[in-house]
Design a protein around this ligand. Sequence first.
Ligand SMILES: Cc1ncc(COP(=O)(O)O)c(C=O)c1O
Length: 369
Amino acid sequence: MTKKQEYTGDYPEKTLYLPGPTEVREDVIEAMAEPMFGHRMDRMTDLYTTIVEDTKDFLDTDQEVIVLTASGTEFWEATTLNLVEDRMLVPTSGAFSERQANVAERLGKTVDRIEYDWGQAVKPDDIRDALEASDEGYDAVGMVMNETSTGVRNPVEEIGDLLGDYPDTYFVVDAISCLGGDYVDIEDHNIDCIFTSTQKAFAMPPGLAVCTVSDDAYEREVEKGDSSWYGGFRRTLDYYDRKGQTHSTPAIPIMLAYRKQMKHMLEEGHDARDERHREMAEYTRDWAREHFDLYPEGGYESQTVTCVENTRGIDVAETVETVSEEYDFVFSSGYGDIGEESFRIGHMGEHTVESVRELTDAIEDVAGL
Ligand SMILES: Cc1ncc(COP(=O)(O)O)c(C=O)c1O
């Protein structure tokens, strides 16, 4: 049984280099401290329509956008319930893509996996082969763009392009650990839904999930008849259309933080934000190659999370702990079974090459590199 561990409020401040949650700007944290207001007041309409329309601008999309009080996991369930009658194709290459497949199975769907070893990227030809080999076809292909457990960035653009030949198959992309730090042209690559959580490359507090919805995906849910209640496209988007609000009470303080941070993101612009993340990723990869190696297959490395292969056999858990104690920097050991075989540096959100260098210097010091 879990015992209560009293929250004391007395903790040292740590800089987060996790694959989320990540660092949040001071003024964004402060934006949450406003007196409460009602979720059916005009002020709420101002807030919600501002964050939704600003998000469309930032993502450079004409698709509809839902900002829901939930973590990103909600959209694994909602997109499956809204779009998939029976059959879904899910390439699995790590912990999160495996979970996406598992969620769909739990919802009673028939899931065909294309299984890859951890560290490998999904190959577009395998997707085409699976689509060609299937007599019934698939209602949707669901995949993870940035496999946070392995640091692999999958080629969603190429896969979306080939899905243009299969108009009855919807394309659902979990971009939870990269959207906002790795630009993708949503409409150009036939993506029907792409979703994220606010605590990742958007650099906001956790608690909101963001999903885009194509017109076709909306129509599909309408035709299908049944859908998720909480994350139903029709329920959320029609409510937005009629009232500019959410169907149930949202996490208002986090939406206030969202508004503030999205203005910063718009000011930087998606191109510059993408470029800054590319520079951080290149710096981190060069450092990893110099001292260790990279875990992901060459050419498919993530722009927001570098997974370093622990070729020197350092004690990963102890290094993570000591860097946290001595430098107040927090990074991640490897995920699950590869906990000691690898470690992960999240370079997303508001980080810069300079701030990432501070972490790699600390790791060098502690690990004696
Ligand atoms: C790729 C990916 N998908 C899904 C999730 C789950 O996101 P959340 O915890 O916001 O529900 C994560 C969390 O790290 C992730 O990295």
